[in-house]
Design a protein around this ligand. Structure first.
Ligand code: FES
Length: 140
């Protein structure tokens, strides 16, 4: 079994921000193709700042710990800052994870990107009423 540093173990044993936000401003859902696990990350945004961030996952301990760390760090950050924090956290956390666990961490960062994207689409009116939800692909 891989040996994880203390800070990752602590977040795995006491994960923060687990659960769903009711009426979120953005949700990112991603899957890990190598194991089939799923991650959902929820954000609440006020004046460009993330006021709440939570996650749900069927993922492993590495996915739980890294999602807990990321959701803690992005609370209070602007959307741009959150993306930067996500990148910085990637560098920090990935240096402690065994190679095979890297996709487990990128679940959280990818889900965050999608949640922010969804929020931004809603802001410009792409997402609701005529956006991605209602797109239909015509067959020949
Ligand atoms: S093994 Fe599936 S998310 Fe880590």
């Amino acid at each position: 079994m891989a040996k994880y540093p203390k800070f990752l173990m602590e977040h795995f044993q006491n994960p923060r921000n687990v659960g769903e936000i009711s009426n979120p401003d953005g949700v990112g859902t991603v899957g890990n193709a190598s194991c089939g696990d799923i991650m959902q990350l929820f954000i609440k945004v006020n004046e460009d700042k993330i006021t709440e961030a939570t996650f749900k996952t069927f993922g492993c301990g590495a996915a739980i710990a890294t999602s807990s760390i990321l959701t803690e760090r992005i609370k209070g950050a602007t959307l741009e800052e959150a993306l930067k924090i996500s990148e910085e956290t990637s560098h920090e956390v990935l240096s402690h994870l065994p190679k095979e666990k890297i996709p487990c961490f990128t679940l959280a960062t990818d889900a965050l990107k999608l949640a922010i994207e969804e929020y931004r689409c809603k802001q410009v009116g792409i997402h609701e009423g005529g956006g991605f939800d209602s797109m239909k692909i015509e067959k020949d």
